[in-house]
Ligand binder design. Structure first.
Ligand SMILES: [Zn+2]
Length: 334
């Protein structure tokens, strides 16, 4: 109900010309909207997890709105510099994608090329050398895809009748299976075997899942092609984690940067906190690594006074309507 009232109110403001005024305001001109995406569905991923995946049709619509709105889509590096210098063009926007899924290469690249928009991809590199889906995503996807209310997970750390019908139940079952894999010291290949066994128990052809390349990170060759296509590849840690230990944290950045250098021939200098998780102690460590900016998932427009290591972003997803998206572009944030 509240959501419907909000949609109605936003549409009324748009009809009254308030969006246009806000878009032209000095306040909006001083601010930068950094958009955050993860995956664009190859199959039905957005029906499973609409916060993480959007359909190709929705991504195209977003780009069309940006074009209609006259947004100035800037490369991250330039946008961060001009934000600090108070020299942003009107309606400035930055496009960022997290993780570096294969679907970015397949779905986003052609669309970005068609619209002529620059983009930053924060690439987590551990899975680049595996043609497996990310285990922590494959498990809940398979449980959802099974369509079952309960499953026998007794071989995977659970009981003979684990409830898997609702989102929360699948989340709990996933936590249990991930803990089971960790407890047994499984490496990436062993976790993939475990995912294959869960698929079999769920009545799903795992060979097809692998072939579709859903939930997979792009290969080194695809990462190099993505860079060659003009996308800026930046840091997201090697293993998608942010340890509170300085040595381990620095190792994550170092390993990540080395891989990205192999793909691009250049040193990445911008960072995105995996899962939006940040802590006070990271800032000096990022400084030591020569990181120039870091983005969060805290929803807001960035301002000239924003800490460059805490740049907010709007996580765009399947449940944000066109009018809400437009209100963000105008800086009319509710
Ligand atoms: Zn991530």
């Amino acid at each position: 109900m509240r959501a419907r009232i909000k949609q109605g109110a936003l549409r009324a403001l748009r009809s009254a010309g308030v969006f246009r005024l806000a878009a032209r305001s000095k306040a909006r001109r001083e601010r930068l909207l950094i958009l955050c995406y993860h995956g664009i569905s190859l199959r039905d991923e957005e029906q499973w997890e609409g916060l993480l995946y959007i359909s190709p049709g929705l991504f195209r619509r977003r780009l069309e709105i940006l074009r209609r709105f006259g947004a100035r889509v800037l490369p991250l590096d330039e946008a961060v510099r001009r934000l600090r210098e108070h020299s942003l063009p009107p309606r400035s926007v930055v496009l960022t994608f997290d993780d570096g899924f294969y679907d970015f290469h397949r779905r986003a690249l052609p669309l970005l090329k068609e619209f002529g928009y620059p983009c930053t991809l924060y690439l987590t590199t551990h899975y680049c050398r595996y043609r497996f889906p990310i285990f922590n995503l494959a498990v809940p996807y398979l449980l959802w895809k099974s369509g079952r209310q309960t499953m026998d997970l007794s071989r995977f750390g659970g009981t003979a009748e684990v409830r898997t019908g609702s989102y929360e139940e699948r989340l709990a079952a996933t936590r249990m299976i991930v803990a089971f894999a960790e407890k047994n010291g499984m490496d990436t290949a062993a976790k993939n075997d475990l995912a294959a066994a869960i698929a079999e128990a769920a009545g799903i052809d795992y060979g097809e899942v692998l072939k579709s390349r859903i939930l997979q990170i792009m290969s080194p060759e695809e990462a190099a092609e993505t860079h060659a296509a003009g996308v800026d590849l930046e840091l997201h840690t090697h293993r998608h984690r942010t340890p509170r230990d300085r040595e381990l944290f620095l190792r994550e950045i170092r390993d990540n940067r080395e891989r990205i250098r192999d793909f691009t021939g250049r040193d990445a200098a911008h960072f995105c906190y995996p899962s939006g998780d940040y802590a006070e102690e990271f800032f000096s460590w990022l400084g030591e690594c020569g990181v120039e900016s870091a983005t969060t998932c805290d929803p807001a427009l960035a301002r000239p006074a924003s800490d460059p290591l805490l740049l907010p972003r709007l996580l765009d997803h399947s449940f944000i309507s066109d009018v809400e998206f437009e209100s963000w572009l105008c800086g009319l944030v509710t």
